[in-house]
Design a protein around this ligand. Structure first.
Ligand SMILES: Nc1ncnc2c1ncn2[C@@H]1O[C@H](COP(=O)(O)OP(=O)(O)OP(=O)(O)O)[C@@H](O)[C@H]1O
Length: 444
């Protein structure tokens, strides 16, 4: 995310990757057992002083892992994090401790993040003493000031977390973060565990604190409407990578990546001016253990690019690709009925027509050559030879989106996106115009 006003960023991540292993214990790890979970898988991101960057994406896209890696709570597998010009990944412990006080983390669930054995004053006081922020004899006074700063009263100082409401606990979490006078706070779903009635209060508090102390925020959320109101810039994350970045105004006015478009279309109370349809994505985010080749989003993308050799509408190709995905998922022993998702369909024979109907594939594709290739594959399926059918479909219906991974580059609306639809190596000019029109049609 390097667009903007040219100031040196407060924090910069380059090529950042954080992988987990599913190996259970040291022995498994030594023996190389277990699989690699590529939760964050090559992220470039900048956060400047005093700004709010909204990090959005569905559950499981890697937002929390990225946030925790940026503040040093997790060690990156690759890449670097630079804070005010100092690379955190090569700092020694003492330097890290110092720098960490400048970057704080506010957790989603304040009850889980506060020590239940400590009173509010002890929790905040602990943060003050760990980083030696104020002399011991001034701590009580400083705790009281911090409580006032987050709109709590002095009498809250003696309470334990379980004696507070969710909103009050989150205020304590914020006071703890503020105690060390940070420049940047990573707020990880700061209001999603709270009642709707208190969400706005906490968001307003965050906004006031930013004005007062010049704080920068990385605001992690799955809620686009929060980002629309609070963020200066947005980074959209999908399966470990950023797929679109830009100012909030740019991204909301001209979402260019089909994933962003789908997320924006799902905002519960869209702007009255919104004239786009709701885009419902198929399935959920795939496992970061088995990341799809090429564009990671292609198995769910409503605008996936059809093979150049056919003249297919995107909806037709989308349906064929979904059948391909379904075929690759079903177990050979599951029986062909597994291809017919609705129980009602299962009364009929599993023939090519029934498979087409069950997957919303037209009885005849608009391109006769494509239709003949599909029919061959469907007859092979109906004959029970799933392995050959998979191969036939994979070779006849390969999309450029599965062969090459798109880079995050300026798109049609000039802010960066990672999508082949605007790359003339993958689509001809007429397709690009059509793609741009289709994106523009959901603009607000
Ligand atoms: N400690 C861990 N070990 C193995 N896998 C993990 C671990 N923590 C997270 N993951 C996996 O990494 C991926 C990214 O998780 P992460 O929590 O960063 O995503 P997220 O976008 O923040 O999702 P959510 O909003 O649900 O928290 C997920 O598939 C998750 O299951």
């Amino acid at each position: 995310m390097t667009e903007g006003n040219g100031h040196e960023p407060l924090l910069r991540a380059e090529g950042l990757a954080t992988h987990y292993t599913t190996a259970d214990g040291v022995l498994d790890r030594l023996l190389g057992r277990g699989e690699t979970v590529r939760a964050v898988d090559g992220v470039d991101l900048e956060i400047r002083a005093g700004e709010t960057v909204g990090l959005v994406g569905e559950s499981g896209c890697g937002k929390t892992t990225l946030g925790r890696t940026l503040v040093g709570l997790r060690e990156p597998t690759a890449g670097s994090v630079t804070y005010r010009g100092t690379e955190l990944t090569v700092c020694d412990r003492a330097e890290l401790r110092e720098l960490r006080s400048e970057i704080q983390y506010v957790f989603q669930d304040p009850l889980a993040s506060l020590n239940p054995q400590l009173t509010v004053a002890e929790s905040i006081g602990e943060a003050l003493s760990v980083h030696d922020i104020v002399p011991a004899d001034r701590r009580t006074e400083r705790v009281r000031e911090l409580l006032e700063t987050v709109d709590l009263h002095a009498h809250h100082a003696t309470r334990y977390p379980h004696e507070l409401s969710g909103g009050q606990r989150q205020r304590v979490g914020i006071a703890r973060a503020l105690a060390v006078e940070p420049d940047l706070i990573v707020c990880d779903e700061p209001v999603s565990a709270l009642d709707v009635s208190v969400q706005a209060e906490i968001l307003n508090l965050l906004s006031d604190l930013q004005d007062r102390f010049g704080l920068a925020y990385l605001l992690i959320t799955h809620d686009l409407s929060v980002v629309e109101h609070l963020a200066d810039r947005v980074a959209v994350m999908y399966l470990g990578r950023l797929v679109e970045t830009g100012t909030t105004a740019e991204v909301f006015a001209e979402p260019s990546h089909p994933y962003t478009e789908a997320l924006l279309s799902a905002i519960p109370e869209p702007d009255p001016c919104w004239d786009g349809d709701r885009i419902v994505l198929e399935g959920t985010v795939p496992s970061p253990i088995d990341i799809p080749a090429g564009c990671r989003f292609h198995p769910r993308c409503p605008n996936v690019i059809p093979p150049a050799e056919y003249d297919l509408a995107v909806d037709e190709f989308r349906a064929v690709l979904s059948l391909r995905t379904r075929l690759s998922e079903i177990d050979a022993d599951a029986g062909l009925e597994a291809l017919l998702p609705h129980a009602d369909d299962r009364a009929v024979a599993v023939d090519p027509a029934a498979i087409r109907d069950a997957h919303d594939i037209p009885r005849r594709l608009s391109d006769p050559d494509a239709d003949a290739d599909l029919e061959d594959a469907l007859e092979t399926v109906a004959a029970g030879d799933l392995s050959s059918a998979r191969k036939l479909l994979a070779s006849a219906f390969e999309t450029p989106c599965e062969t090459t991974e798109p880079a995050l580059e300026p798109g049609p609306a000039t802010h960066p996106i990672a999508c082949h639809r605007f790359d003339d190596r993958f689509v001809d000019d007429t397709d690009t115009d059509a793609a741009t029109e289709s994106v523009g049609s959901t603009d607000k």
